[in-house]
Design a protein. Sequence first.
Length: 256
Amino acid sequence: MPNSRMQHEPALDNADWPPALEIVNQAGRSPIVLICEHASNHMPAEYGGLGLGPVDLGRHIAWDVGAAEVTRHLARLLDAPAFLAGYSRLLIDLNRPLGAASSIPLVSEATPIPGNHDLAPAERERREAVMFQPFHRGVAHFLDARQARGEGSVIVAIHSYTPVFHGKQRPWHAGVLFAQAASMGQKVIEALRAAAPGLLVEANVPYVIDGNDYAIPVHGDQRGHPAILIEIRNDLIATPDGAERWAGYLAGALSA
């Protein structure tokens, strides 16, 4: 558990407490704005891995495997700005509304998270202030500046998912999730299906955009920006070659 001195201190800009937000290609000319809320599994040493070992901290429960690499490649291929998170979602999930049960999870999939039990209100507030708010404030300020210049934005969030969840196989290679941007979502689905023979891509799998989501509703739908979330099965992007290949598929689909 963090010591009392650290309860309200902001993260320091060093290896153990990096910035909550990394912006790649901020001056990118594409209207597409890439968001990767689960880019990192980093935890400051004082958290002791929240009671988990290195194997668990490398799993999907701590981050979206491969998503950051896909996002970086895609930023380059599209000349798009990209916003990547600096901390593990086990500390606080950037794609969950504050106060939601899954915001600071007690259990992720079937794995208990000991270090998230019995948190003091001050520790919850610190994670919000140090990890959650700077990320979303940075995205919001960027979108505000674009709008002030009369430039449009299209929100694309990049995520990954496990091939098996609670013992159930997930057959899709990727899913495109959307709420209000159904037209854009369907076009991206068709373009991805055409990108390579046999690709199985469906709408709103393995999840849907609902009240448990944050980035797409807040930065996209509520602002009137077309917004989709792309989920890629993580065994397909767990290697550098796989991540680069899928970035190519997505770049073609989004450009189309």
